[in-house]
Ligand binder design. Sequence first.
Ligand SMILES: Nc1ncnc2c1ncn2[C@@H]1O[C@H](COP(=O)(O)OP(=O)(O)OP(=O)(O)O)[C@@H](O)[C@H]1O
Ligand SMILES: [Mg+2]
Length: 384
Amino acid sequence: MKIAIVEDDINMRKSLEIAMAEYPHFEVHTFKNPKDALKKLDESFELIISDINMPGMDGIEFAKTLAGKYEIIFITGNATLSKAIESIQLGVKDFLLKPFEIETLVAAIERSATVQKKAKKAAPKCTLKSGSFLGTSPALEKLLSYIHKAARTDASILLLGESGVGKEVFACHIHEKSSRFDKPFIAINMAAIPENLIESELFGFEKGSFTDAIETKIGQFELASGGTLFLDEIAEMPYSLQAKLLRVLQEREIRRLGSSKSIKIDVRIICATNANLQQNIQDGKFREDLYYRLNTIPLIIPPLRERREEILSIATSVLGQNCIQYNFCSKSFNDEAKAALQLYTWPGNIRELISVVERAAILSDGDCIGVSDLFLEARGFGRI
Ligand SMILES: Nc1ncnc2c1ncn2[C@@H]1O[C@H](COP(=O)(O)OP(=O)(O)OP(=O)(O)O)[C@@H](O)[C@H]1O
Ligand SMILES: [Mg+2]
């Protein structure tokens, strides 16, 4: 971990340098004033430990110049309450009063590093493996052409479609085709998070902001910084939070719960729902102003039964993947099975198709999959 120490007092600077040399996992660089540090600071530094009272630029000015780009710990000989408050407002992680034991400083460093590590660990990438995107029908090709145009911009996208049509897959695809492809892609399902936790999940909270807030939590908006935030099942977002989301999207900044500091965010928003949002607006469940903000580019993903021409190619490709995955000799569908696959209505769309094919691959005898291996009757599919 690369750390910058900014301290004008030569004795303090040298003694910190010597003491920190005992901790080889810290790579420490010392500077006698903020101006020298600013010349050398780059992205490889993870933490700054700075004195407050220094001639020229003081620690507070220094922290303001850094504008939240680094974690900061202040070390000071004369702490005043106003300085402490100002530091907290600037997002400074810790405030140590000189003289302090080196272990106290190391503990403070470790605390800040934990927050950082958590932030990194919780920032997953898009799960879609490149080349695994399936779909060749004219309806899908048209959709993909819109997607590729929209991906180049930061415009909000609303993905609409039945369950299992691939809304999350498309969201991933948009992210991968955008200039944000190497930054986090974070998906949050509004229906999967208890209503009272959605706000802190999205915006995070400061340590101590409520009884259970034993440490600072970074919200998904911050974790997705530079990347894409996919808000799935957006219709499930509590009404009370919808106004807050709208404000965040308009002002492009968030505030962690319990903090008065605004944090700039650079996040592309993609939302998805299988609900009828216009109906929800009429029923007073969804804010119309938020709807217009999210709906810059609405993309409707057609259900599988409206793109029947691609059912067989998807089924064959999934079957091939299953045979490799389970170490089976290659299998294929007979004509009757192919006809059934094409005639069935697929209410569960691609998700259902994938599961039907996987089960057939596992339960069928030999290398030929017949209609009975598909078990479509159990799903209400009549005789053909
Ligand atoms: N075009 C596609 N190519 C490859 N896999 C796909 C495609 N579309 C969907 N899938 C697969 O189908 C399943 C369902 O897709 P996904 O979760 O994106 O659907 P969804 O529209 O978000 O559904 P829900 O509304 O139920 O959340 C996933 O396993 C996904 O990998
Ligand atoms: Mg989904």
